[in-house]
Design a protein around this ligand. Structure first.
Ligand code: CP
Length: 330
């Protein structure tokens, strides 16, 4: 693996290796070995052209815990506001010796452009591009599902280590969601059955080709499928253009039809978990009662993001053939 641009880059064996490595990384953290020497002398650049809280901070934390030097670049306050191009920005960072570039960009495809353009020699990690992909979010979501629902802590009838047979329902603004695209691909690769639930106006063209069922009726899906995990998506109002013809149900209609409220929460199976990639629109796609309930794993998803991103950086920069993390304090 030279770059991580899409969940499609991850075949089942590679995805499992990332999740296993993340487990080893998490174990080092729980043993209070906060810093590993693995990436000492390497430089990770966080190149963020779009706002982020969780992804940017967790990549920075992950790189630092592996002893890498970290350069944080935010388009706001940089020469991008003077019109500097992605190419010139990337070449400037390359001149500073970037071994890996973690990029978030509002344009779908920008990380692919960077990886295949020759503007950087470093490994490129997609931290979210437009409505396209967010592969490390899908990995941390799979890791979280695995921790809760597979193995000792999981359902008795799921015997494997991976997600075979688990039922995951992804609800909401699928049209604008790179999280949904990445999750559908990765969850399918790992053997889960995925159902997408959304209002008809927020379902992308071509969804029939995705490895997922599609429904417009959340209550029917929750009753019929008894999902193991329910993943609520953020309504991305900043990507919606009423002039473009997209009809957005009013907030009240949306919450009534597609929001996870107390009534729907109580309809879930006892073991089911509630997920959200964040940031949440409380009161729109998820009620405070659901977001703060004991079955919500939303804060844990954020914590797991650090271990997963440590694993990704480690495999890209220290060699993916390495399967055992050398546990030694820096
Ligand atoms: N889930 C996610 O990508 O959150 P941020 O936008 O805060 O990074």
């Amino acid at each position: 693996m030279k770059h991580l641009l899409s969940a499609q880059d991850l075949d089942r064996a590679t995805a499992i290796r990332v999740l296993d490595t993340a487990g080893q990384m998490a174990a080092t953290q729980s043993r209070e070995i906060k810093k590993l020497p693995t990436l000492r002398g390497r430089t990770v650049v966080n190149l963020f052209f779009e706002d982020s809280t969780r992804t940017r901070i967790s990549f920075e934390t992950a790189a630092k815990r592996l002893s890498a030097d970290v350069i944080n670049f935010s388009a706001k306050g940089s020469s991008v506001s003077k019109g500097e191009s992605l190419k010139d920005t990337a070449q400037t960072l390359q001149a500073m010796g970037a071994d890996a570039v973690v990029i978030r960009h509002h344009a779908s495809g920008a990380p692919h452009m960077l990886a295949h353009s020759g503007w950087t020699d470093g490994a490129v990690v997609n931290a979210g591009d437009g409505t396209h992909q967010h592969p490390t979010q899908a990995l941390l979501d799979a890791y979280t599902i695995r921790r809760h629902l597979v193995g000792d802590g999981g359902r008795a009838d799921v015997t494997g280590r991976d997600l075979d047979g688990l039922r995951v329902v992804i609800v909401g603004d699928v049209l604008h969601s790179r999280v949904a695209r990445s999750n559908v691909q990765l969850l399918h690769t790992l053997g889960a059955q995925v159902t997408l639930v959304a209002p008809p106006t927020l379902v992308p063209v071509g969804v029939e080709a995705w490895p997922a069922q599609v429904s417009y009726d959340l209550d029917a899906v929750l009753a019929d499928e008894q999902p193991d995990a329910v993943m609520m998506l953020r309504v991305q109002r900043e990507r919606m253009s009423t002039a473009g013809g997209g009809f957005f149900p009013s907030p009240v209609e949306y919450s009534r039809g597609y929001g996870l409220d107390g009534r729907r929460l109580r309809a879930l199976a006892d073991h089911a978990i509630v997920m959200h990639p964040g940031p949440m629109n409380r009161g729109l796609e998820i009620s405070a009662e659901a977001a703060d309930s004991p079955r919500a794993v939303i804060v844990e998803q954020v914590a797991n993001g650090v271990a997963v991103r440590m694993a990704v950086l480690y495999m890209l920069l220290a060699g993916e053939q390495t399967t055992n993390v050398k546990v030694e304090a820096a």
